[in-house]
Design a protein around this ligand. Structure first.
Ligand SMILES: Nc1ncnc2c1ncn2[C@@H]1O[C@H](COP(=O)(O)OP(=O)(O)OP(=O)(O)O)[C@@H](O)[C@H]1O
Ligand SMILES: O=P(O)(O)OC[C@H]1O[C@H](OP(=O)(O)OP(=O)(O)O)[C@H](O)[C@@H]1O
Ligand SMILES: O=C(O)c1cccnc1
Length: 481
């Protein structure tokens, strides 16, 4: 949760490279980096961009404290004291462009672009990727859960199983961006204004002599928000009948119980049986909450089995992104200063997918004016004209996939966040981010959004970008000969 004091939240090699540039007197040279990922997580058709707010706080507060400098002075690298003196004055003074949180984003397009001195752009890589990769991963996982849950209520229950505190709190926020309705984490509620919800644990029931006493006592204390956990002993023989009894007592006092929660066993069967028991008792207003290691696949499956579940509590599988615990976002140098000029740079790899795309780039989302749907993302150099007329979308590896589009809106996706170190972007509220995300979902045909074998959305390079990439690859091959 910390935002100040994160200057050392970086890999040592960043400090070492900064130092080596400083010794080499090349530290003030300009550089441009871009952050992107190559492969979508979970076999999904899109990712949900998140992490910007934390990145903004990090960049705005980036300072080396006296303790940080003391720690650096004790390192075996023996950093020169003049270097450490310079770090004392360090402030991020560059430019940052970024996708907005909640945007649907795709492989191999710049999500964040960082421009500045090589020293400052290098330093921020680690933290920036750390925040972007985790929060984007969790928002994407949450979006998959949201896709199958439809209009049902989704509660984020992951804190106890999260990879420590920051992951729990920022993960809860990422889930909310993607459409969860509430979190059980009170700190996330306090910090971000996310609605909070809670039922009770098995220990509540165990701490009384009988389940009935436990339920009645809880209901008396919180008569307007009562959700009773019914599986401590036997869901259908004991839990549900006792909950019905409590609900009747509440009714006699003019109150209505909210829900019961199922947390084990066959959730389809138990929810159908419990629904029937509640309805037969005239308590059809009581909802059914389910939890127990749920994810998008179990929820989809339970729905297919006719489960009568209104609210899903999703913890471990979501907050740990259990089926793919990391997003492989990378941060690559795309331009560097040579004799006062910015020149594009490329990273070659034996794996063609890993060859970087040189030059600093912008992203446009091409939206069909007739259908209102996104057709492709289009990557251009900033000095190219904004696409307006008939536009050729081509996939150089597969020329038969070439297509022309017209009558479209080219929506710029990267927004300026910092200008010469000054924050020029007004951070949207969480509600604004959520509604932007909903609008983004609306922008795409369902075939790109389905969770199983989605259609691949086009991300195309302009001819200029493609030509430069070819040219630099060819130059590399010549120098290798
Ligand atoms: N009808 C169902 N179809 C598919 N999956 C289900 C169904 N009912 C429950 N599940 C899921 O199956 C898994 C059951 O896990 P497990 O067998 O460990 O739990 P349990 O024995 O019911 O409860 P406990 O938490 O007490 O161990 C959970 O992930 C749960 O969400
Ligand atoms: O299963 P998840 O998706 O991670 O959801 C959170 C889980 O955490 C709680 O169980 P736990 O056994 O920790 O405590 P309890 O005694 O309250 O059931 C809760 O009952 C859920 O089963
Ligand atoms: O409120 C709940 O029911 C809850 C909260 C956290 C984890 N499991 C359940």
């Amino acid at each position: 949760m910390q935002t100040a004091g994160l200057a050392l939240h970086t890999d040592k090699y960043q400090i070492n490279m900064m130092y080596a540039h400083w010794v080499n007197r090349s530290h003030q040279q300009k550089a441009v980096f871009e952050a992107y990922f190559r492969k979508l997580p979970f076999g999904n058709g899109y990712a949900v961009f998140a992490g910007l707010e934390r990145i903004v706080h990090y960049i705005a507060n980036l300072r080396f404290s006296d303790e940080d400098l003391k720690y650096l002075s004790e390192q075996e690298e023996n950093y020169d004291t003049a270097f450490l003196e310079e770090l004392k004055q360090f402030r991020f003074c560059g430019n940052i462009y970024s996708m907005k949180e909640g945007a649907l984003v795709f492989p191999n397009e710049p999500l964040i672009r960082v421009e500045g001195t090589i020293m400052e752009t290098q330093l921020v890589e680690t933290a920036l990727l750390n925040f972007m990769n985790f929060q984007t991963l969790i928002a994407t996982k949450a979006s998959r859960v949201k896709q199958v849950a439809g209009d049902d209520i989704l509660l984020e229950f992951g804190t106890r199983r999260a990879q420590e505190a920051d992951a729990a709190v920022w993960g809860a926020r990422a889930a909310y961006i993607a459409g969860f309705h509430a979190t059980s984490n009170m700190l996330a509620g306090q910090k971000f204004g996310i609605p909070t919800k809670g039922t009770h644990a098995h220990s509540w029931v165990q701490s009384f002599s009988s389940e009935q006493e436990a339920f009645d006592t809880y209901a008396k204390v919180m008569p307007d928000e009562v959700t009773l956990l019914v599986d401590t002993f036997d869901t259908l023989k004991s839990g549900v009948p006792h909950a019905i009894e409590t609900a009747k007592k509440l009714e006699a006092a003019g109150k209505k119980m909210s829900a019961i929660r199922l947390d084990s066993g066959d959730l389809a069967y138990l929810s159908i049986q419990a629904r029937k028991m509640l309805d037969d008792a005239g308590l059809s207003y009581i909802k059914i909450v389910a939890s127990n290691d749920l994810d998008e696949n179990t929820i989809l499956n339970l729905k297919a089995q006719g489960a009568r579940i209104d609210t899903w509590g999703v913890g471990t599988q979501l907050i740990t992104a259990a089926d793919q615990p990391a997003l492989g976002g990378v941060y690559k140098l795309v331009e560097r200063e040579v004799n006062g000029e910015m020149v594009p740079t490329i990273k070659i790899s034996g794996n063609p997918e890993k060859v970087s795309t040189p030059g600093k780039k912008d992203v446009y989302r091409i939206v069909d004016r007739v259908t209102g749907k996104a057709t492709a993302d289009y990557i251009v150099f900033p000095d190219e004209e904004k696409p307006r007329d008939r536009l050729k979308l081509f996939n150089p590896q597969h020329p038969y996939l070439q297509k022309y589009v017209k009558n479209y809106e080219a929506v710029p996706m990267l927004h300026q966040i910092f200008e010469n170190g000054k924050l020029v972007y007004e951070l949207p509220s969480l509600e604004e981010i959520r509604s932007y995300h909903r609008a983004q979902m609306e922008l795409f045909w369902p075939e790109y959004l389905r969770k199983l074998n989605p259609e691949i959305y086009r991300v195309n390079l302009s001819e200029k970008v493609w030509d430069l990439k070819q040219k630099l690859m060819a130059e590399f091959m010549q120098t290798e000969e």
